[in-house]
Design a binder for this molecule. Structure first.
Ligand SMILES: Cc1cc2nc3c(=O)[nH]c(=O)nc-3n(C[C@H](O)[C@H](O)[C@H](O)COP(=O)(O)O)c2cc1C
Length: 210
């Protein structure tokens, strides 16, 4: 793959792009249209996938689906913690379903009988969440990956038709971005690679020189 112009002059163009602040979707924003959503979902399928198993699927929550999602989260909460809960606790859980106009649930769906271990398949499925966040961001949407403590409960699994093998890996909230005024959201600083990376070469193991 070749790049032209400014992109060719420095490899940092890619990190510059990835390190731009990502915005959150506005609760009252607009969901991606069908064409944009299709592109976001297509981007999800570009992730590394050992054996081409496509060990994932997605569920898009739109419109009145948010009510059903909220009800399932609350039912999951009661399933976990009983019926005697503060309204504030219940409402906080329900609200998660309404934080954006579009939620895309990421469902790890490992293929059985494959020699690709299940953990690899779940890692692959997990990558789809980030691919969607990036694609939605590059299209100008706010996008953020969310989860809830009750995703493993029967009411939530049932809403998404999860089979015994499948795992709900959280969902990506997508919509027109929240207006953050002149405040930059989530500024990224240069990571200290020396502390994160070990280089193994002929001389043994050492930190990455910076
Ligand atoms: C599987 C998964 C679940 C997440 N769940 C939440 C969540 O429930 N609440 C939250 O504030 N951030 C959650 N995050 C982190 C956000 O997606 C996001 O990375 C974080 O808010 C920082 O924002 P940024 O990625 O735009 O810098 C989750 C991330 C992952 C990978």
């Amino acid at each position: 793959m070749t790049h032209s112009g400014a992109e060719a002059s420095s490899p940092s163009w890619v990190t510059d792009r990835l390190m731009e602040p990502r915005l959150a979707p506005s609760r009252n924003g607009v969901a991606p249209g069908e064409r944009e959503l299709v592109e976001i979902l297509k981007a999800a399928t570009t992730v590394p996938d050992h054996g081409g198993l496509k060990p994932w699927r997605f569920a898009v929550v739109n419109d009145a689906g948010h009510e059903r999602f909220g009800d399932a989260l609350v039912a999951g909460l009661h399933h976990e913690r009983g019926s005697d809960l503060l309204d504030s606790v219940v409402n906080k859980m329900r609200e998660k379903a309404f934080a954006a106009p579009c939620c895309v649930m990421v469902i790890g769906s490992p293929v059985s009988g494959s020699n690709v271990p299940e953990w690899e398949q779940l890692v692959s499925a997990s990558c789809t969440g980030y691919a969607m966040v990036l694609a939605a961001t590059f299209l100008g949407f706010g996008a953020i990956w969310k989860s809830a403590s009750v995703l493993h409960t029967p009411p939530v699994r049932s809403l998404f038709g999860a089979t015994d093998r499948e795992q709900l890996l959280g969902w990506v909230n997508i919509g027109t971005p929240e207006d953050v005024g002149d405040r930059d959201s989530r500024e990224r600083t240069d990571p200290e690679l020396g502390a994160l990376v070990t280089v193994i070469d002929g001389g043994g193991a050492r930190s990455l020189p910076q």
